[in-house]
Design a protein around this ligand. Sequence first.
Ligand SMILES: [Zn+2]
Length: 466
Amino acid sequence: MFSPKATQPAICALALCTAVLLMELLTATPSPAAMVPTRPATPTGCATNIFRLAIDAHPDWGVVPFETVLRVSLRSTTDSLESVWWDFESDGAFDAAGREVTHTFDQPVDYVVTATVRTTQRGEIELASTVGGFVAVMSLTFDDGCASVHAHAMPLLEARDVTATAYIVPTWVRHSGASYMSWDGIGELSDLGWDIGSHTMTHVSLEGVDDSTLHYELYESRKELRAHGFDGVSFSLPHGEYDQHALDAVKTCYESCRAVGNALNPPVEFADPYILLSKTSQPWIQLETYKADVDSVASYGGWYILNNHRVWGNCYDCGWCITTQTLADLLDYALASRLKVANVREVLGYRDAAEENSRMPDGPGEHEDEDEAPPGNVVWTHSNPLSLPGRIEFRLPSPAPAEARIYDCAGRHVKSLECGAAARSVHEVFWDGRNTEGEPVASGAYYCVITAGAETHSSGPILVLR
Ligand SMILES: [Zn+2]
């Protein structure tokens, strides 16, 4: 078997658009305790709102004696959704093994899904199990606190019942004039549910700055946001610039850090909250380009963060703006494409809720202590983002020969890496950031999947930034 932690990204990498939920249903001679299926070992990643349920028979079952039907439903616990039932016809005996069902919800499902199995013969026994089902997500962010965000973006988003994250530069608010939002204007955004974050005190680059500057730019800006009634847990980097020292300081003050990178994020459960990749809107970018990013995350699950500055009816050759029409069309397209549109704080909040849920007690015989590393755990060592050419080390629980392959987040094989045939505990591979054709890969999240003996393990997301 795969180890639970190791399998999670492997499923993301390998299962493409389907989320596979493996369930143990019933034992041959059920007792009340035995009727509760164990929680699936892994949350399922890379899913949109398409779920595939694979019924994995317990070896002891043989033929499950359902009298009439086996009923299965999936529903989100964070959104109210239709409850879907599949009825498996049976006339006295029913072999559950190998049955599969697929269902596309009418609307995006959220992050926690409950699967329920009922049998009519046994008096509607309900067997619940929980998995993470991560949807494709889009977040709009607005840097600098431009007045046009209040004037044009706010009503546009409100009409579509979505919110965004606004990163504020407090000294620019104080000396606002007409160009930047007032505290009252920011308050209106907040009242509508917007996430109000910091973009430093003075919009200075955080690369190579000293501790007192970091303190002023990071700590004082959050303090000022709080003084005006905003929690300010989200942060974005001016100019997208930082070094490790600055990033460490950001982590002490904020819950997330939005960077640039001109790339899409991996699915939410794999995104690094302190290196949230984003794309930046510009007046010369066509709507079709934005739509392509929506299509990309809609197809395999992912998190598209589009950062904006000014929002005007007409963008002349100003740079750093998007037209209200383009923004409206993009939002409508994203919603029609079943993306979940939510602000950064909300998205990370959903993730935390899903992680909390995944800590629910396991069924009998499962590990109760999640902190204890499961046997067979593989320890990964690599820089993140990976500095190219990059070294990826993995330590196996026992010496074995290993094979290593790189996959992109959509599960496409990118390249096989030379590992050596020797049976060792510690292996290292080098990846030059190129695919099998020798072309440089795009910025984004990649996974290293190894096979050692009979086991397969996957790294967490390895970011490549160009
Ligand atoms: Zn800025």
